[in-house]
Unconditional design. Structure first.
Length: 318
């Protein structure tokens, strides 16, 4: 009887030891692939989906680096699951329409030719905190038309080959481009709408009698761009009245009055843009004329942007 009990105790111990052994080996079996190969630490790290947490972002403007002026972007963030893996923090630039600025052939571009600056990293811990990862972006790499632009940085975490891991944040900023053409990029939604046109007759300005043209309109896509509202005078047959006066004519010798502007907002409203036309600038024969103002929007250099409206009027030449 005592012998039987002893045997049972030994069997119980053996079963318990075997169970403990199985429990101990289970993680090892769980961390093998189909060929029963144990994964290394970095491979295990790669199997887990990496994550990132954004904390803050700030920008230093007018910074000089290696003799080049630009902006330095600072990001406070943390990453998990990238220990020992070559990766990077990247920032691309996009305009108000959501289109990314291009910069093909530059060291500040990605494989898609988009403008991009980056911070290379190889995290040393399962969760690594970067309190101040900084990226430099030279101003001369920002290829955009002349003017003041509302842009934003699209900041992401990627693998070294550019494969996206996680989007972190957007950071808006304003950029003034002083070089290049005044014409905005084709992607800019440039538009203008006239709400009302009216004329005051027999107005005296600078000792000269004439008419004052008022225009209520709004314009989009010309923020910070030198431009003008113009009005030419057209006859019934479609010909434009001409002028030899430098102050009241355009490059084609047509009679023209203008209102100079430099919109301060993405969409700017002009409730009462005024243009004065002296009567003696209307070089017409005697009689009553049915005329009309052809009102257009142009760049400062006279380049046509858009026709806005016509406003008919009657003029008597004594």
């Amino acid at each position: 009887m005592n012998v039987s009990k002893s045997i049972m105790r030994n069997l119980d111990r053996a079963v318990l030891a075997f169970a403990v052994c199985l429990l101990t080996l289970t993680p090892a079996f769980a961390l093998t692939n189909g060929q029963h190969r144990l994964f290394s630490g970095n491979e295990l790290n790669a199997l887990a989906k990496p994550t990132a947490v954004f904390n803050s972002c700030w920008i230093d403007y007018n910074v000089t680096e290696s003799g080049v002026k630009g902006m330095r972007i600072h990001v406070n963030f943390e990453v998990t699951g990238l220990k020992g893996i070559d990766s990077k923090l990247v920032a691309r630039v996009r305009n108000a329409d959501g289109d990314y600025l291009m910069n093909e052939g530059s060291s500040y571009s990605n494989d898609s030719g988009e403008l991009e600056t980056s911070f290379e990293m190889k995290p040393g811990y399962p969760t690594t905190v970067y309190k101040d990862a900084d990226m430099f972006l030279p101003y001369n790499e920002i290829n955009i038309g002349k003017g003041v632009w509302n842009l934003e940085l699209d900041i992401d975490v990627s693998y070294a080959d550019g494969t996206l891991i996680q989007h972190l944040t957007f950071k808006e900023f304003e950029f003034t481009q002083n070089r290049g053409n005044t014409t905005p990029e084709p992607s800019t939604k440039l538009d203008a709408t006239v709400k009302r046109v009216w004329i005051d007759y027999n107005v005296t300005e600078g000792g000269r009698k004439g008419m004052r043209v008022h225009v209520n309109f709004e314009v989009s896509g010309l923020k910070g761009v030198d431009s003008m509202l113009v009005a030419r005078v057209q006859k019934e047959n479609g010909d434009f009245v001409t002028s030899r006066s430098p102050s009241f004519s355009n490059g084609d010798g047509e009679l023209e009055i203008s209102f100079s502007m430099k919109p301060g907002y993405a969409t700017t409203v002009y409730e009462d843009a005024q243009m004065f036309l002296p009567y003696n600038e209307l070089t017409l024969r005697r009689g009553v004329w049915n005329l009309k103002f052809d009102i257009d929007l142009k760049y400062e250099n006279g380049e046509f942007i858009k026709h806005l409206d016509y406003e008919e009027f009657e003029f008597t030449q004594p």
